[in-house]
Ligand binder design. Structure first.
Ligand SMILES: [Fe+2]
Ligand SMILES: [Fe+2]
Length: 469
């Protein structure tokens, strides 16, 4: 089904034939626009941005490009096509038909899962709202705004589910999604990572590399859900999410490239000299990777979790790419987990957060391999690494323990003394912030980052991706 753009809310869910739902969403829409106006990208409302918009969910229509003013972006509700005869692919109800409605006994758990996912979408827009003023190029500015409007659409996706399937509770939750704000002391966002400030573009690239990738894993596990509307919603969101991670991976890759150029030019790997030349030294980049990776690892939850077990057993949330596994019920399997008290056998069902975290970390390695190849080719011994999943944990069995990025337990004093060798110090952040000079001449790049290999949608690099009015 193609999307009907003549309606107030573009959708492929036949909204016109459900007047009550349509009215409820049309009531929420101005609240969303007001939120965008107050909490979305600051000061760029009149700019024409070269954005992609979904006009259908198939391969031809999901990415239609054109210049749009962000407040006029057509945020809509798009579900991937229904798969006829789809059955539950895991858990104790495996093989039964999937659900088109929410079973009463799973109502509050599903609502919580959807609200928690939904909360991250506007949170990231809020975190990134000032970055436009510090953009390294128009190409990057456009990518930031593309991500922002799509996170806005992901909020719509979750709000649709809340309105359509959770009655009055759902409508109240939809309002709350606009009332909590990232970093707000009274009403913060639900998850810690989404309350961390993102005040420079190095953080943005790390966030889109690590935190949007957590998003990918959450969406993949919801795509397996027995609740079919959730599955279909998330399947379509994943097509958009890929671009967010692309921005992270290529962004960090371009920082590495530029740094290597500067190192070659100066004939040194001395961080102080590289910084004096206006580039990001590799140890500094490593600190940013450590910070955002460890923060994002918390998003998977505790290693041992009865919630994860129940959600899986009941068919609410599967493992990403569930079909790659042999056993989809997991009633008789254990996993050996490393805990601070030693190795422990845990029922696999209770260890699913850890299973997801491990596969996520493997996915994170892909970019590191690429960046390290560039460093190796340039003749340097330095290698970027991922921190151990025990490092800087704020949740689970390693919470608060003084563990170094290699996973080794240290005396507390030593850990505290060395922490700023591993994550950015105030000085590091101030330095990175000092690099952030706004560049808006078409085709030009800030001095700390290399240009991308190609433009957006086959356009040249010096295309005016954002026309600043
Ligand atoms: Fe998202
Ligand atoms: Fe995203």
């Amino acid at each position: 089904m193609t999307i009907n753009y003549s309606e107030k809310i573009p959708n492929n869910v036949d909204l016109a034939n459900d007047r009550t739902l349509q009215r409820a969403l049309e009531h929420w829409q101005p609240h969303f626009l007001q939120w965008w106006h107050e909490m979305g990208p600051s000061d760029f409302e009149s700019a024409d941005v070269y954005l992609r918009t979904a006009t259908s969910v198939d391969a031809q229509g999901w990415a239609t490009y054109g210049a749009v003013k962000m407040p006029e972006y057509r945020w809509g509700i798009f579900l991937a096509d229904q798969q006829p005869g789809r059955t539950i692919g895991f858990g104790d109800r495996m093989g039964e038909p999937v659900w088109q409605q929410v079973p009463g006994e799973h109502r509050s758990t599903l609502r919580r899962l959807i609200v928690t996912q939904g909360d991250t979408e506007p949170a990231s827009v809020e975190q990134q709202r000032m970055l436009g003023h510090l953009c390294p190029s128009l190409y990057d500015l456009r990518n930031l705004f593309q991500i922002n409007v799509e996170e806005g659409r992901h909020l719509w996706a979750m709000v649709y589910l809340l309105h359509a399937y959770f009655g009055r509770d759902g409508r109240e939750e939809a309002e709350e999604l606009l009332a909590r704000h990232s970093g707000d002391s009274d009403k913060p966002r639900i998850l810690t990572t989404f309350n961390e400030p993102i005040s420079d573009w190095l953080s943005l690239y790390c966030f889109t590399y690590f935190t949007d990738r957590d998003g990918k894993y959450q969406l993949k596990s919801f795509a397996e859900s027995a609740f079919d509307p959730l599955s279909r919603t998330c399947r379509f969101m994943l097509t958009e999410e890929a671009h967010h991670m692309f921005v992270g991976e290529t962004g960090i890759g371009r920082v590495v490239k530029r740094t290597l150029e500067v190192m070659k030019e100066l004939g040194t790997d001395d961080p102080a000299k590289i910084r004096a030349h206006g580039a990001v030294d590799l140890p500094l980049l490593q600190k940013y990777l450590n910070f955002w990776c460890s923060s994002s690892l918390d998003l998977f939850g505790s290693e041992i979790s009865s919630n994860a077990a129940t959600s899986f057993a009941n068919g609410l949330k599967g493992r990403p790419d569930e079909s790659q596994y042999q056993d989809h019920v997991l009633r008789d399997v254990v996993l050996k987990l490393d805990t601070p008290e030693g190795a422990q056998d845990v029922p696999m069902l209770n260890a699913l957060n850890e299973v997801m975290r491990e596969s996520y970390l493997k996915d994170c390695e892909i970019g590191l391999k690429r960046w390290n190849r560039a460093i190796e080719r340039a003749g340097h011994d330095f290698r970027l690494t991922l921190p151990s999943s025990r490092f800087r944990r704020a949740i689970g069995s390693w919470v608060g323990l003084p563990v170094d990025p290699q996973g080794k337990l240290l005396p507390k004093e030593e850990y505290e003394r060395r922490l700023h060798a591993w994550v950015p110090s105030d000085d590091d952040r101030a330095f990175v912030r000092s690099l952030m000079q706004k560049v808006t001449e078409p085709g030009k790049m800030a001095a700390w980052i290399a240009p991308p290999d190609r433009g957006i949608n086959n356009l040249p690099l010096d295309y005016e991706y954002v026309h600043l009015a």
